[in-house]
Write a protein that binds this ligand. Sequence first.
Ligand SMILES: Nc1ncnc2c1ncn2[C@@H]1O[C@H](COP(=O)(O)OP(=O)(O)OP(=O)(O)O)[C@@H](O)[C@H]1O
Ligand SMILES: [Mg+2]
Length: 459
Amino acid sequence: MPPSVSQLGAAVCQVHCILLLCHGRMQPYEILIEDAYNSNFDIDIRGIPDIGHLAHKNCAAVLDFLRARYMEDLIYTTADPLLIATNPFRDLQNTGPQWIQKYHASTSPEPPKEPHVFQIARTALERLHSFDSSQTIIVSGESGAGKTEATKQLMAFLAYVKNERKGNIRIQEAVMAANPILEAFGNAKTTRNNNSSRFGRFMQLQVGPEGGILYGFIRNFLLEKVRVTQLGVDERSYHVFYQLLSGASTSLKTTLHLLRPDEYVYLKGSGCYLCPNTDDAADFRVVGQTFEKMNFRPDEVNSIWSILSGILLLGNVEFQKKETEGVPDAADLTPEKKALLSQCCELLFIDSKIVEKEFLFNMRVIGNQEIQSPVSVSKAQVNRDSLAKALYEKLFDWIVLRLNQRIQPPRWFQIVIGLLDIFGFEVFQHNSLEQLLINITNEKLQKAFIQIVFSRVSA
Ligand SMILES: Nc1ncnc2c1ncn2[C@@H]1O[C@H](COP(=O)(O)OP(=O)(O)OP(=O)(O)O)[C@@H](O)[C@H]1O
Ligand SMILES: [Mg+2]
């Protein structure tokens, strides 16, 4: 059996290689005047790639050292056993196939000493096979730091094999191809990151001794469901909604009753429909092709689009007040909204009569009698939004399950490389339970980092 999400804490304690990221856009940092002396002023920033070798390691000195390296495009620095990566926000041409070869054991017995994300991957791979023990690489950092990009680079390294494999590389291609689907359904534009992961992802990869991904398994957790029904200013909902609305053919638009993004209550709150440097229609085609590659049947894909349309339309099922049974603001639906609800339910493949009853009434069973009492408009809205969020979450879980069916091994893994790409710390104007859970998870990881660094220092 795979470990449960709650067991991840244990996995964290067993890590051997760790990656830590900082945000490249440095914020002003205030320090006391007595800390401002740059005690590392005469060091060769290229000659010292590890913070541990600095003569002075106070906070100001370390930050200045990282800044100085960043200005020279040296975005990786170690704090052994951690790797700190600062986001360059531009292509430094340092992660392509040639760079993989520079660091890969099969092509480079003596890899460069300069820290790199590929150095971490190489160490994990070597330890995986020489100790016959699973390795986990934790990618942590605030939102927009570059965790997901780093995870993709790590996967590219693990997928590399020097000699064309004779065996079947379809699984490896499928593992890599899962990314566009996961990002379409689990990522969104936020004010910090145009492609922010709104879920945690733990990937388990079986990697051959010479490299190459043989099997994989994706474990998703803590999807930010509230984004489906509520958006902050300048933020978007999940990419896939905009991809469907802009990329669907005219006939699909008609069949699914698709509207413009600004006609959906769930999307128009933020006033933001476009994502910079993103072509939603082109991405829709990529996601469609990826579904095909991953063996999703055409009827399954059509059902996915239909459910997405139904979820969006649910937000437009608005209630009106009526006084009944002593409730002054009891929720009710006009005939027009009832028709809309039944259209939604058709798209969602559920019974509209049952849904209407669940939206509008509290049901209690007394003895063998079912008693229904009307609910207020605000309670009916909560019922409706809860359904939209739960449906989206179930859809996401089902997609991950189907992806896993394509990439998982016939019997459970013996040893794996784990890659943890979680959402970064975040503080919004309105923070929900989801932000609390996200930040607690980050705090736990931070604690693990500190313990690992200090146990190394004191050892
Ligand atoms: N190594 C890199 N080289 C160039 N650009 C990068 C690199 N890493 C990240 N970026 C840029 O920064 C953006 C944000 O990175 P990414 O999505 O990986 O952040 P994240 O840490 O996963 O954030 P979140 O917690 O919001 O998911 C990317 O879309 C890309 O434009
Ligand atoms: Mg991310």
